[in-house]
Design a protein around this ligand. Structure first.
Ligand code: ADP
Ligand code: ADP
Length: 229
């Protein structure tokens, strides 16, 4: 469950400027594919199209064989968990933020997800006044802490598909390593599309696709692509 296919996808935000020029790839269920390439290549556009934020010009995007243009944006997004570059949290409790993708989750489930994302101790040790609120009215979380909340949310939602869009690129190297290990845990055996601009952050991917100016110019394992970093 969770196979993604892009079939000769063409797309432009403006009719006179094509951003994706016939992109084809498959992420088999449970596998992990990374898309790398320079800024402006069209990597995030691929994730936006997968989320059905825009309709494609031509080609086809399918999930488990079903053309996503035939289903609602809500049902597409229900199947996908995303950890973006900068997680924007709601001005509410940390638990609320973790529960966001699955509002009926129990307190125990929320804490288990928080523990797996390595933010459980942090939540429990907060001073009473800060226990709950994040954002303007409460606690200011660091970039790494916010990413942990996003990871906990994804663990709880347990979607068949995971999109990591530069999920660690805004973090310092030390925090990046920490979050990466939590992400490895979430993405294990889950269909995962990782967007990154450095080859060194996607060593574990089953396949790496190199995108340049809207075209796939290279694909292979990290080993096969070595020398291009
Ligand atoms: P990447 O993620 O590889 O850095 P993007 O997919 O974000 O690249 O962007 C690809 C190209 O599309 C860039 O030239 C960018 O300026 C353009 N672009 C992105 N979003 C929009 C938009 N909403 N409207 C018009 N052009 C856009
Ligand atoms: P749900 O299906 O749980 O109601 P949404 O459809 O609102 O959730 O979004 C699904 C997930 O994708 C949520 O975890 C949300 O934080 C995330 N998300 C939605 N839109 C964006 C976006 N533009 N950039 C980054 N993350 C997003």
């Amino acid at each position: 469950e969770g196979t993604i296919r892009f079939e000769n996808v063409r797309f432009g935000y403006d009719p006179d400027r094509e951003i994706l020029k016939g992109v084809s790839f498959e992420v088999p269920a449970g596998k992990s594919i990374a898309i790398v390439g320079p800024s402006g290549a069209g990597k995030s556009t691929i994730s936006r199209l997968l989320f059905r934020f825009y309709d494609i010009g031509s080609g086809r995007i399918t999930i488990d064989g079903q053309d996503i243009s035939h289903v609602t944006q809500e049902s597409v997004r229900a199947a996908i968990g995303i950890v973006p570059q900068d997680t924007v949290l709601f001005n509410d409790t940390i638990a609320y933020n973790i529960r966001y993708g699955r509002t009926n989750a129990s307190e125990t489930e929320v804490h288990r997800a928080a523990d797996l994302a390595q933010i459980g101790d942090f939540i429990r040790s907060l001073p009473a006044g800060f226990k709950s609120m994040v954002g303007e009215r409460g606690l200011k979380l660091s970039g790494g802490e916010k990413q942990r909340v996003a990871v906990a949310r994804t663990i709880l939602k347990a979607p068949p598909i995971l999109v990591l869009d530069e999920a660690t690129s805004a973090l310092d190297t030390h925090t990046e390593k920490d979050i990466q290990s939590a992400l490895d845990l979430v993405s294990k055996d889950r269909t995962t599309l990782t967007i990154a601009h450095r080859l060194s952050t996607v060593i574990g991917a089953d396949e790496i696709i190199v995108l340049k100016a809207g075209e796939i110019v290279e694909r292979g394992s990290h080993r096969e692509l070595l020398g291009m970093d």
